[in-house]
Design a protein around this ligand. Sequence first.
Ligand SMILES: C[S@@+](CC[C@H](N)C(=O)[O-])C[C@H]1O[C@@H](n2cnc3c(N)ncnc32)[C@H](O)[C@@H]1O
Length: 248
Amino acid sequence: MSTYQRFAYVYDQMGSDEFSIKMYRYTQKILNRLRYHPKSVADLACGTGTAALLWAKNNIEVFGLDNSAHMLDMARKKAKKDRLKIDFSQQSLTSFTLPQQVDLATCYFDSLNYLLTLEEVTECFKSAHRALYPNGYFIFDVNTPEAMKVLWGSQVYADETDDMAWIWKNCYYPKIKQAEVRATFFVRKGKMWERFDEIHAERGYTATEMKKALAAANFKIVNMYDCLRFVKPDRQTLRLAVVARKIK
Ligand SMILES: C[S@@+](CC[C@H](N)C(=O)[O-])C[C@H]1O[C@@H](n2cnc3c(N)ncnc32)[C@H](O)[C@@H]1O
């Protein structure tokens, strides 16, 4: 079952865009600490384009890529509404190219966890390396295996608004560090309700695995944090924030 199809059109409505706003603000703080002011950004797995729009509103040249045509459709509609020029393209994280190099690459909100092997993550990092100017930064977040265990174990999350309801049934498979979410959505259509389902799989990655994959792609790790804070990650960390720099 493919993901981010019908879900794309209710993603923002469900508040799923809020995390990328937080990551955008956190990235600004990281960049201020580094005294690095990018003029061009590539947002990898840009989804509905929330972060891409924020960069573009700051007069930064933006490229957004994602493999979901539906998420990109939403992103393009949002950019058109705000009269922003953003280069969105349908590409895979593992083998993307850009028309030009950029100063900063970002990848937010579990997107890397959708790559289910460390080899695929390494391919993504190699593509990001090619996309960056020398000394360019790559800033991303990634869920750890601890997050998969704690947040994605055998649990059910549900919520509703006037026009929507959703149920997420999670299951974690520790041997392969993978979690599966069976998501069911109900969306009001006049007097009727439409139901649709998606199955999402994510894999958790450790700090050690991220170091290995970044080194293989010629990135130097500048900092690794417990995400959205400025403290070092530890065994309880659920989400890593990684700041890496292209070294050659
Ligand atoms: C949780 S969403 C995050 C979207 C956006 N970054 C945000 O912060 O709202 C994960 C995104 O990753 C994209 N994605 C998953 N696997 C991908 C792949 N192999 N190549 C490109 N995009 C991928 C999905 O289509 C989806 O838009």
